[in-house]
Ligand binder design. Structure first.
Ligand SMILES: [Fe+2]
Length: 156
């Protein structure tokens, strides 16, 4: 799509592809946090139930920022469940688990993979000179790193 954004076309195209891939991961991770929110059981239920929902909210906000950066650069974000299922790089969230420890472990594994893919996106967008996209990935990765700490601390 035509845009007044003055970044060179080639840079925009690279960033759009990168943002599309990482958007799919973010939306997939959102669904993992919701799975944990709905399925966790145990004596610490309410704390984890609420923490997993806050995690889902954080991921939804991050996904929104990625999609809107993608649109800003002239791309068309694609975030339907079907598109996400095809494009995600995350491993599937395990079914049939209920315990707090297992959900903490499973969700942290998904979030750590997501944070790693975003860390690589920081370096990639930096390498082709899209500082605003680099800054966006840096900010959302910092928030995600902190969220992982808030969750993993339950399994100490
Ligand atoms: Fe809920």
């Amino acid at each position: 799509m035509k845009t007044h954004n003055t970044l060179p076309k080639k840079i925009k195209a690279q960033s759009i592809d990168l943002l599309a891939a990482r958007l799919a991961d973010a939306l997939d991770a959102w669904s993992h946090a919701k799975q944990a929110h709905w399925n966790v059981r145990g004596p610490g239920f309410i704390a984890l139930h609420e923490l997993f929902d806050k995690t889902a909210d954080l991921l939804a906000e991050s996904a929104d920022s990625l999609a809107e950066r993608l649109a800003t650069l002239g791309g068309s974000p694609s975030g339907t469940a079907r598109d996400v299922a095809k494009a995600t790089s995350l491993k599937p969230y395990p079914h049939g688990i209920a315990s707090e420890r297992k959900h903490v472990e499973a969700l942290c594994a998904s979030l750590a993979a997501l944070a790693q893919s975003w860390r690589e996106a920081i370096d990639a967008s930096d390498s082709w000179g899209d500082a605003v996209t680099t800054d966006l990935f840096t900010r959302i990765t910092g928030d995600l790193d902190k969220q992982i700490w808030l969750i993993e601390s339950h399994n100490a």
